[in-house]
Design a protein around this ligand. Structure first.
Ligand code: KIV
Length: 283
């Protein structure tokens, strides 16, 4: 999809199956305007304003700590970059777990902030919310497998669908979500063979994170792949740059320059007129 200059749309994503000859989809997280601009310039297809915001940017221990207003605030920042990529806003925990009406109202907050679609975690338990949001004309991306909002129910961040019954249930969840109208399914932390099976069984793209190479696309948290995080990175993360180290080195160099008086230099200063100079400094 990299050669297309028009904005990426939900219908374009919905049909992007590798088995139909499409290139793998590239999704990455971003949470603010500068990073949205940078990742868009790199040609990604989708920008996910993930609830990983909580850990990656806001310093919380889990994604359970952010609410819909936090998410809308950051979706707005990303959307102001006017990316070509489709902006997907993540629905945080408890924003779609009660009444479908509440789910629609909260999804609308992300759309009003600039998202072109929303993502939410869970299988058939979330069908009522998914159906209500889709019937309000808001496209929904599903998220199955290791769903971080279920950390307590899962007993930790563990690979899901290792047992045959659990794997079969996940395949059924994926089919039900697609039947309800989801335009893509994120598969996180599942065995590669399960991801292969889901990818073969559904007609919308799967986007994997810790789900092996057979998905129709991949997603990573940008702070993990740039080594900007302060937490151990999972096995599935490939580190493409050590931006954390670059930032620390640059700031240490700035601090040293300030302390030895070499910053700012003459050419980094504004100069007054000859009259001002004579009056204030003398000749
Ligand atoms: O919040 C997030 O960044 C996500 C991705 C890990 C898929 O949900």
């Amino acid at each position: 999809m990299a050669a297309v200059t028009d904005r990426v749309t939900v219908p374009m994503i919905r049909t992007s199956k590798r088995r139909e000859g499409h290139e793998p989809l590239v999704m990455i997280t971003a949470y603010d305007e500068p990073f949205a601009r940078l990742v868009d310039a790199a040609g990604v297809d989708l920008i996910l304003v993930g609830d990983s915001l909580a850990e990656a940017v806001l310093g919380y221990p889990s994604t359970l700590e952010v609410g819909i207003e936090d998410m809308a605030h950051h979706v707005g920042a990303v959307a102001r970059a006017q990316p070509r990529a489709l902006v997907v806003g993540d629905m945080p925990w408890m924003s779609y777990h009660t009444e479908p009406f509440e789910a629609v109202r909260n999804a609308a907050k992300l759309v009003r902030a600039g998202a072109g679609a929303v993502k939410l975690e869970g299988g058939v338990k979330r069908l009522a919310a998914v159906e209500a949001i889709i019937s309000a004309e808001i496209p929904v991306m599903a998220h199955l497998g290791l769903t971080p909002q279920s950390v307590h129910a899962m007993g930790g961040y563990r690979v899901q669908g290792r047992a045959v019954t659990a794997a079969e249930a996940l395949v059924e969840d994926a089919k039900a979500l697609v039947a309800a109208g989801c335009f893509a399914v994120v598969l996180e932390g599942v065995p590669d063979v399960l991801a292969t099976k889901v990818t073969a069984e559904i007609d919308v793209p799967t986007i994997g994170i810790g789900a092996g190479p057979s998905c129709d696309g991949q997603v990573l948290v940008i702070h993990d792949m740039l080594s900007m995080g302060n937490r151990p990175t999972p096995k599935f993360v490939r580190r493409y740059a050590n931006v954390g180290e670059i930032v620390t080195e640059a700031v240490a160099a700035y601090a040293a320059d300030v302390r030895i008086g070499s910053f700012p230099a003459d050419e980094e200063s504004y100069h007054g007129s000859a009259e001002l100079k004579e009056r204030f400094v003398g000749s």
